[in-house]
Design a protein around this ligand. Structure first.
Ligand code: ATP
Length: 285
């Protein structure tokens, strides 16, 4: 069975507070994009989960989120057969694009089908949160408001049609570092997530861009100023808005025409600021 695991960007990201147990309560506008990893899953007669990937530095053992996702379902349903997963990664790693979470989500969907477990999407989402807060969203896909620790999801009208330029600088950012350095309970300003949702409902790309804000930029940008440089470059190239996705360091720019997006892609490549650069579009359910 072959599947695509799609990446996401955050059009808005607010951290409401840090809970006593250390988890952060968030309000995030999530958008799936047409950028993906490819998974090929095969049932094997011999038991166990085996993973092969094109990235030498990714774990292929129980630390891979694909392994965790497959094991969760296979243990619960006492599957005695085995699974072989070929994972071709194209989504930048540790980039704020939920690549690992999306691989886990796709694995759960595939295992459910391959072994005819009969679970609904909701039942998969309930189990997915045990792997990671973003996994339920990656199972659901599309445009959504994510609250709680990211697992309470409300579907939203689709993102207005546009072209999205993705630029990842050659730095890796750990999500733990960013949340660990965010003084969530002392923030002086918060992104206007409700205002962002209003603009998106109107289908207004420029209005949406004016309201895009990510509170995690306050931590990641001072640590990696190249993020701001990429944002500035995208705006200079005609983006209606540009922002860091998730905990970074990936930046995305929103363009109203494909031509403008392609031109900006070329400019960004020449600048040398970003190493992984893609022009894509929103994915809607
Ligand atoms: P998020 O947007 O959810 O914060 P991210 O883009 O920051 O995600 P990922 O690319 O999902 O981060 O992965 C972060 C870490 O998880 C990597 O350093 C990697 O070692 C580990 N990992 C485990 N399984 C995977 C996988 N299938 N794909 C990518 N990373 C994985």
């Amino acid at each position: 069975m072959k599947l695509r695991a799609l990446a996401k960007i955050n059009l808005g990201l607010d951290v409401v507070r840090r809970r006593e147990d250390g988890y952060h309560e968030v309000r995030m506008v999530m958008q799936t994009i047409n950028m993906y990893d490819l998974l090929e899953l095969t049932v094997t007669e011999s038991p166990g989960i085996r993973i092969q990937t094109n990235l030498y530095y990714l774990p292929c053992d129980e630390n891979n989120l694909v392994y965790k996702a497959a094991k969760l379902l296979m243990d619960e349903f006492q599957i005695t057969k085995g699974l072989y997963v070929k994972l071709d990664k194209f989504i930048p790693v540790a980039a704020g694009m939920a690549g690992g979470s999306s691989d886990a989500a796709a694995t759960m969907v595939a295992v459910n089908r391959l072994f005819r477990l009969g679970l609904s999407l909701e039942q998969l989402m309930e189990r997915g949160v045990k792997i990671g807060a973003d996994v339920p969203y990656c199972i659901m896909r599309g445009t959504a408001l994510a609250e709680g620790i990211g697992e309470i999801l409300s579907p939203m009208p689709p993102m207005p049609p546009c072209h999205i330029l993705i630029g990842k600088p050659p730095v890796s950012v750990s999500t733990k570092f960013v949340y660990g350095n965010l003084k969530a309970n002392e923030l002086e300003r918060h992104p206007d997530i409700d205002g962002l949702i209003e603009e998106m409902k109107k289908g207004d790309v420029r209005g949406m861009c004016r309201k895009m804000e990510n509170v995690l930029e306050t931590v990641t940008i001072p640590a990696y100023p190249v993020i701001q440089e990429i944002k500035d470059r995208m705006i200079k190239c005609g983006a209606a808005g540009a922002m860091m996705s998730g905990s970074g360091p990936t930046v995305f720019g929103v363009f109203e025409s494909k031509e403008a997006g392609l031109k900006a892609k070329e400019e960004l490549s020449k600048s040398g600021l970003a190493r992984q650069i893609f022009l894509t579009t929103p994915f809607n359910r």
